[in-house]
Structures are given as C-alpha cells and as structure tokens.
Design a protein around this ligand. Structure first.
Ligand code: NAD
Ligand code: LMR
Length: 363
C-alpha cells in the first residue's frame, strides 16, 4: 500500500513539464508527446499564414507541442530563414523544434501531418490546368520522397494546385502510403459556401450556424457546391434562403469562381483563408468531426456517388479516430449529378494530361 502511494507520488512529481507556465506539476496540462508537422513551400504566402495557426495549437490542440519541418527550394532559403526568425520571435509555448531545410528526406522524417503547399500559384488569367506542367513534376518527386522516408501513418493534405491531380500523382508515386492517408483540399470551397449562405441569410451566429454544405468533385471551376443537405440556423438551407434560383445558379458560380475573384482583387491567390481551411481539414481528420457535422474532403473513395476510382474526388465525409469515412446514401438531384459528371470528366482528363506532362519531362 505504502509502496503504491510512493510510486504514485513519484509519478506525480517526476519530470512532467507544465506548459501553461504555472510551475505546478499537477495543473492538468502535462507535456504530451510532440507532433511533427511538415509544411512544404513554407516560405510562401500560405506557409506564412499556416505556421502561426499550427504553432499556437489550432491543429493538434492547445496542450500538444509541435515540431515544425519547413521545406522550400534553395532560392527561397533566405525568406525561409526570416520565417524561422519570426517563429523564434513569437516565443510560441508549444513549438519544440524547427527544421528549415531543402532536403525532402530530412523534411519527411517522423512526420505526423504534412501540408503540401509548395508549388507555383495560379496567376491572373490562368486556369488551374495551366499550373499543371509546373507542379505535377514536384508531386512526382514528393511522392517518391514520402514513399522512401515518411511513416506510412502520415496524414497528407495536398494544397498546391491542381490539388486533386497532384494528390493522384503523389499517390501513384508513394505506394507504401495507404491511399486513405492522401487527401486534397476542398475545405476552402466548403468554407466559402458556408460563408456565402451565412451572408445571404444573415443568420445569427454567421458561418458557425451553417452546416453540411457539400463540395463535390475537383477543386476547380467545375466543382459542385451543393446546399441540398445544408442547414442554416438548424433549418434546411432552401427554407432559410427562400430563393431556389439563387441557390442553383449564383451560389454555385460564386463559389466556383471565388479563387479567381480573390486573385483579381489581391493580385495574389488566397492565403489567409487557404491556411485556415488547411488547418480545418487536418483538424477534422486528426481530431474528428462534431456530431452531425459533414465536411468536404478530396479523397480516393471507392466509387461512391459515381465518382471515378483512382482520381481524388471531393466527397462528403465524417471523421473519427483519425480516419475519414464517406457519408453514403445522400440524395443527389439530377442537376447536381449532371454537374458532378462534368467535374469527374475533368479530373480524368487532368490526370491524363498530368501523365502526359510527366512523360514529356522524362524524355
Ligand atoms: P507562393 O508562391 O506564395 O508559395 C509557394 C512556395 O512554394 C514558394 O515559397 C516556393 O519557393 C515553394 N516551392 C516551389 N517549388 C517547390 C518545391 N519543389 N518544393 C518545396 N517548395 C517549393 O504560393 P502560395 O500562395 O503559398 O500557394 C501555394 C499553392 O497553393 C499554389 O499552387 C496555389 O495555387 C495553391 N492554392 C491552393 C488552394 C486550395 O484550396 N487547394 C488555395 C489557395 C492556393
Ligand atoms: C483558390 O481557390 O483560392 C486557389 O485554388 C487559388 C486558385 O488558383 O484559384
């Protein structure tokens, strides 16, 4: 009995470090094992917005320390050095280690969550397909490096465009990593749809009162924003909006074209909202979705809702225990099904084009 008590006391007064600065060993916020996060393209504008969100605990939680692996190319090392200085100057209590590197092998080591942002952004007047030739090569080598150096448990989010097709190329080149661990980001489109419905209805609580929009298909102008299963302030979106024509036309087009509208206005592609969406995506995946909450994720499904296999297609998902599951059995209108087919065809075509680009690069 005495021994047990002593063992318990030794346990309590062992070398736990309290993270909240209270100098107590027993305030309940013991140091947990650090999680390691990789950000590629970390010297870029999304990287710059992503770092403080992760460093302040918005991904893994406010009591989980983080190691940051920041990868960029040689030419961006000066800028990346500045990002590292700012992380140090932020004195983030959760940051344990920062590795700034140009080596993919070093960057991939022991990573729990990878944000693949590195690549060339779309400029005014360009379609996502135009950035393909530049970016698919990056994702071929990224896939090979992850295959060789990363843990198969890694969770990968592809952000760089064309995100869904980059994810497909990555998957083809990383056979050791389960396809379920490779996803592409359509959460920004999802959040844009939530924001638009909140603005249109003026619902109290704003976007937090809007739930369960679905983005189907590609993160491109063929994506299908669908509010048929969404709720606004607890009531069906159609009843709250009271304007079916708007929901089927302006709502869809505005979400589809929002990336281009931001580029036209900022002369740069979205970064703050993209970083926020990337953390939302990864947090849902790692820590689970709320009860009744459905989120949109670019995933390799098994043909649900007529989505083509072997391309990364945005589908409605719930997450629990570190795994995503496609929500099945939702009704899909003829209008939405027709649009989904167009986005699916585009993804098949994009993948073929990507493979062609890679074949030409290999010559
Ligand atoms: P950016 O130009 O500011 O930053 C990109 C960074 O990637 C640069 O620092 C660059 O040096 C680096 N980079 C280039 N090649 C690399 C490589 N081989 N390895 C590692 N790093 C490399 O661009 P950004 O605004 O941060 O956008 C990044 C990407 O994200 C773009 O492709 C953009 O189109 C895409 N994007 C996607 C979404 C989405 O919703 N999926 C939203 C916004 C932007
Ligand atoms: C976005 O949706 O904001 C990004 O994908 C940028 C782009 O190329 O549209």
């Amino acid at each position: 009995m005495r021994e047990a008590r002593e063992a318990l006391l030794a346990f309590y007064f062992s070398d736990f470090v309290c993270l909240c600065g209270c100098e107590s060993h027993r305030c309940g916020r013991e140091d947990m094992a650090a999680k390691t996060v990789l950000i590629t393209g970390a010297a870029g504008q999304i990287g710059y917005s992503l770092v403080p969100l992760i460093a302040s605990g918005q991904l893994f939680g406010e009591n989980v320390p983080v190691n940051l692996h920041l990868l960029d190319i040689e030419q961006a090392q000066g800028v990346l050095g500045g990002v590292v200085m700012e992380i140090e100057d932020g004195a983030y209590p959760l940051v344990r280690k920062v590795v700034a590197t140009t080596s993919m092998a070093e960057a991939c080591k022991d990573v729990d969550a990878a944000f693949l942002v590195g690549g060339f952004p779309r400029l005014a007047g360009m379609e996502r397909k135009d950035v393909m030739a530049k970016n698919v090569g990056i994702f071929q080598s990224m896939g090979r490096s992850l295959n060789e150096h990363a843990s198969p448990e890694i969770k990968v989010l592809v952000v760089a465009n064309p995100a869904n097709t980059n994810a497909s190329i990555l998957r083809d080149n990383a056979p050791r990593i389960p396809a379920a661990n490779i996803t592409a980001m359509t959460r920004l489109d999802h959040n844009r749809a939530l924001g638009m419905l909140a603005k249109k209805t003026g619902v109290e609580g704003g976007a937090s009162a809007v739930r369960n929009v679905i983005i189907w298909g590609n993160h491109s102008s063929t994506q299908v924003p669908d509010a048929d299963h969404a709720t606004v302030g607890g009531q069906p979106a159609r009843a709250a909006v009271k304007d079916d024509a708007w929901l089927e036309s302006e709502f869809v087009k505005t979400v589809q074209q929002r990336g281009a509208a931001v580029i036209a206005a900022r002369k740069l592609s979205s970064a703050m909202s993209a970083a926020n969406a990337a953390v939302d995506h990864m947090r849902s995946w790692v820590r689970g979705t709320a009860a009744g909450e459905v989120v949109s994720m670019g995933v390799f499904g098994n043909g649900q809702y007529g989505s083509p296999k072997d391309v990364c297609f945005s589908l409605p998902c719930t997450c629990a225990g570190g795994k995503w599951t496609v929500v099945e059995g939702l009704s899909v209108s003829e209008r939405v099904a027709g649009l989904m087919k167009l986005s699916a065809d585009e993804l098949i075509e994009e993948k073929a084009l990507a493979l062609q680009c890679l074949a030409e690069m290999a010559k």
